[in-house]
Design a protein around this ligand. Sequence first.
Ligand SMILES: Nc1ncnc2c1ncn2[C@@H]1O[C@H](COP(=O)(O)OP(=O)(O)O)[C@@H](O)[C@H]1O
Ligand SMILES: [Mg+2]
Length: 250
Amino acid sequence: MIELKEVRKSFGKQEVLKGISLKVEKGEVVAVVGPSGSGKTTLLRCINFLEKPTSGEVIVGDLAVAAGRAHRKEVLALRRKTSMVFQQYNLFRHKTALENVMEGLTVVRKLPKAEARERSVRLLEKVGLGAKLDAYPSRLSGGQQQRIGIARALAMEPEAILLDEPTSALDPELVGEVLAVIRNIAKEGITMIIVTHEMSFAQEVASRVVFMDQGTIVEEGPPGELFARPKEERTRLFLSRFAPEGSYSI
Ligand SMILES: Nc1ncnc2c1ncn2[C@@H]1O[C@H](COP(=O)(O)OP(=O)(O)O)[C@@H](O)[C@H]1O
Ligand SMILES: [Mg+2]
């Protein structure tokens, strides 16, 4: 479904992805964890060429795009296959909740307005915002704004959804409502890669956890194993900052 082959990315002299290879099967939910600056966001952005990898290959569904010879058309096709949910929501401030979700459908997908509207309403209802269709982001809580971001990502009916720390900008009391929405979509079998610091959530929804540090995948495995019995010292050290050893239950 999604495959990265030896993906490297440098910004100037700094190599931030040092040959990442990763396979995500259809319907799989993969959590990516790791310290700040380890390259998690860059990794997600390389999947849809929001950042063009320096070398390597990205495969999404039936489309393989090599870094060196990526044509614009291929990149656009690749972008249509995934939707991104951003840490800072990235909503249009001057558009309502409904207009935010409709935008990609009418502008990018060229859907008739009525159809775009119908789909958007259904998705906003699904994320619990059926009563806020005409509200502007500034009148909504962070949790509500992020739920619009999720509805917008789902609206495009992508093959996979990439979520970059979707709850890290939220006040603690709003995290739960967003995680609940993500938990529900995960159950529907949508392929997801989610960068998160919510370890217990990762443990609950992810079929696999990938630990990144300094531009490499240090180790990966089922959450029960990786959290309870990390093989690498670096993983152990990272996890110990989130909870005392042994406090993760399966
Ligand atoms: N557009 C950019 N230009 C230059 N350096 C960048 C850019 N984006 C990220 N970096 C650098 O790449 C490294 C990895 O960043 P990032 O992928 O955001 O890590 P994470 O999401 O794990 O915190 C950091 O050192 C960051 O400063
Ligand atoms: Mg990041």
